[in-house]
Write a protein that binds this ligand. Sequence first.
Ligand SMILES: [Zn+2]
Ligand SMILES: [Zn+2]
Length: 279
Amino acid sequence: VGCHLSSFRALDASTVRLLQPLWDMIKAREGLLQSPFFPVLFSGTTYVAFCLPFIVLDFVSYRVPALRKYKIHPHFYPSAGQVLLCLLHTVYQHVVFIFPVTVLRWHWGPQTWPAAAPGLWELLYHVTVCLLLFDAEYFVWHVLHHKVPWLYQTFHKVHHKNTSPFALATQYLSVWELSSLGFFDCLNPTLLGCHPLTTMTFNIVNIWLSVEDHCGYDFPWSTHRLVPYGWYGGVSHHDLHHRKINCNYAPYFTHWDKLLGTLSLGYSAGNPPTPAPWN
Ligand SMILES: [Zn+2]
Ligand SMILES: [Zn+2]
């Protein structure tokens, strides 16, 4: 790892300047970004913005067979009531639970933001490690909340209400599950001492991947088709978790389920599965 880090730093000597204009632009708005309202607005709008294309797609693909073939469950479409319920649930939880936590965090005082941007390789390395750690932490949480009946009934069952997930079902979670996810999300960049730009990037990637897990569409460019060797389960694996509930506990990668023997080959739009050419 030390060898990897030093080679990343050597590479970064030439890439530091790449992210500097972006970081300067963000840092110029530091007052606004460090306000107590920003984190909740940022995570809420990013989440809804990532869900929106899939909500539109559900309306369109219902009538367009060329798009419908990418749907994992071609005969399932969420009703307007289901979509609205999930949206209201998310808004309610952001206002009533996430906002007070971010105010509390703000009350402890602002973070000091460095003047220099992170190197591109450092950013990519940290985001990958954060994702791997998040995947492991949620895997443990998830297995526990399926194996202990009281935990399942009290905290996790609500997320399984949608047996065929759709984008806005991603954050249809109990307060305890949402808080646990938020905690894991904040813990890893802090442990690794990530640059604020890296932390923001990780948060955006994490929200995107969680929405993709639930979107119900298996596209040729879905993440699990882009990552080689079946390392990434993504939408096809997590969709199956919602159907079978006793497999595919890791949200993103496949190694933990392989180790525990809980991996079940995922759904694919248009069976049999068509792996990417390099898989
Ligand atoms: Zn889920
Ligand atoms: Zn589950």
